[in-house]
Design a protein around this ligand. Structure first.
Ligand code: CAA
Length: 382
């Protein structure tokens, strides 16, 4: 399998890097400290086509591939992990499912504007009592005589929730058989009965706002069902196959940023009469960090290449997400250690990377869920 980027992919990567270094990085520490939603950066992401990267140009997207998406998310996340996940959720968990499962009308009216960045989307799967065990959700959709649905329930930790214009809501629509069935609904946030909590206060990714959303008998017309009625769990799982590639790329960006800063610091800071970089203890840490990052990048690109080939990539996405997220925590931990006390205060960005890395092991499926997915895929083949 060839992982070398094409000329077009290299150009896209350089564009993303220039943009991230020039327009995101100078603001990243302030965004983290103030927990400010980066309105002007999201606007620029839209202008660059980064909010609907893999959406075909017919629908207003950039018409790029998953490899380009990984390269761009890594660059953006190296500057600001909050911006990386805002972009990732709109691309992977909103545009992708609409592209794959949406009706022509949904594509025209909602996917197009979302891909152009005119509206923002988010993904409502998790609930207060249903996270990893997603099928046990309590939100319900009840079919009405006129063919519409009344949806009631709540969803929490919804990244992009406070700023979103639309949300994909997963709800139980049939409990009569041996298997509970779910349906995916496309809900505008101004629908009567839809409300949101204030934004969550979090350990990291402060500028990527999340919240709880509540639905009280929200009427959803039949035309806003995404995919087939009672087939929504597969919509959720297939979306997460793509989403996990985005989070792996986000983790990669965070780790690379921490690594680059640690290497620069190790060359400059002296201890025992020489730069830290000449101490073997530090050299070993730097070597381990680099190997970790390179391995995560290959796993992430592998999953992206399979996605581009139209091959099922559930296993490879889980592998990439599992390894890259745990790698980001390891690398940020070592980077902070190299900085010593300076890593623990917020003068340098390393403590931000350390906090931001941690979420990648949790959202879009915890590391434990990735291990379950990997084991179930492998054991199925035995
Ligand atoms: N693609 C398509 N279909 C899939 C699939 C996939 N990747 N994975 C499972 N399915 C199908 C199965 O084939 C099965 O279909 P049938 O009923 O027809 O046989 C059905 O879905 C149920 O599958 P399982 O029996 O494997 O389901 P399960 O209940 O054992 O759960 C799980 C599987 C992997 C644990 C799943 O619940 C899961 O992924 N949990 C984690 C949820 C998660 O990632 N949440 C993140 C929230 S989003 C988020 O974090 C966004 C954000 O804010 C950044």
């Amino acid at each position: 399998m060839d992982f070398d980027p094409t000329e077009d992919q290299k150009f896209l990567q350089q564009t993303a890097r220039d943009f991230a270094v020039r327009e995101i990085l100078p603001k990243a520490a302030e965004l983290d400290k103030s927990a400010r939603w980066p309105t002007e950066i999201v606007q620029r992401l839209s202008e660059l086509g980064f909010m609907g990267m893999a959406v075909p140009s017919d629908y207003g997207g950039a018409g790029l591939d998953a490899v380009s998406y990984v390269l761009a998310i890594e660059e953006v996340s190296a500057a600001c992990a909050s911006t990386g996940v805002i972009m990732s959720v709109n691309n992977s968990l909103f545009c992708d499912p609409l592209l794959k499962f949406g009706s022509p009308e949904q594509k025209q009216n909602v996917l197009g504007p979302a891909a152009r960045g005119e509206v923002l989307g988010c993904f409502g799967l998790t609930e207060p009592m249903s996270g990893s065990d997603a099928q046990t959700m309590a939100t319900v959709g009840q079919l009405q005589p006129d063919g519409s649905w009344l949806v009631t329930g709540s969803k929490n930790f919804i990244t992009n929730g406070p700023a979103a214009d639309y949300i994909l809501i997963f709800a139980v629509t049939d409990r009569s058989g041996p298997k509970v069935k779910h349906t995916c609904f496309l809900v505008p946030v101004d629908a009567p009965g839809f409300t949101r909590s204030p934004k969550d206060e979090k350990l990291g990714i402060h500028a990527a706002h999340s919240c709880t959303v509540y639905l009280e008998n929200v009427r959803v017309p039949a035309s806003m069902v995404v995919g087939r009625v009672d087939d929504g769990f597969k919509v959720a799982m297939a979306s997460l196959d793509g989403g996990r590639i985005g989070i792996a790329a986000q983790a990669l960006g965070i780790a690379r940023a921490a690594y680059d800063k640690a290497v620069a610091y190790a060359k400059e800071r002296k201890a025992f009469g020489k730069p830290l970089a000449e101490l073997q203890a530090i050299q070993f840490m730097i070597s381990d960090m680099l190997v970790d990052i390179e391995a995560a990048r290959l796993l992430t690109l592998h999953a992206a290449v399979l996605k581009d080939e139209g091959v099922r990539h559930t296993l490879e996405s889980a592998e990439a997400k599992l390894f890259a997220s745990e790698m980001a925590t390891r690398v940020a931990h070592k980077a902070l250690q190299i900085f010593g006390g300076y890593g623990y205060i917020n003068e340098y960005d390393v403590e931000r990377h350390y906090r931001d890395a941690r979420i990648t092991e949790i959202y879009e499926g915890t590391s434990e869920i990735q291990r379950l997915v990997i084991a179930s895929m492998m054991l199925k083949e035995v």
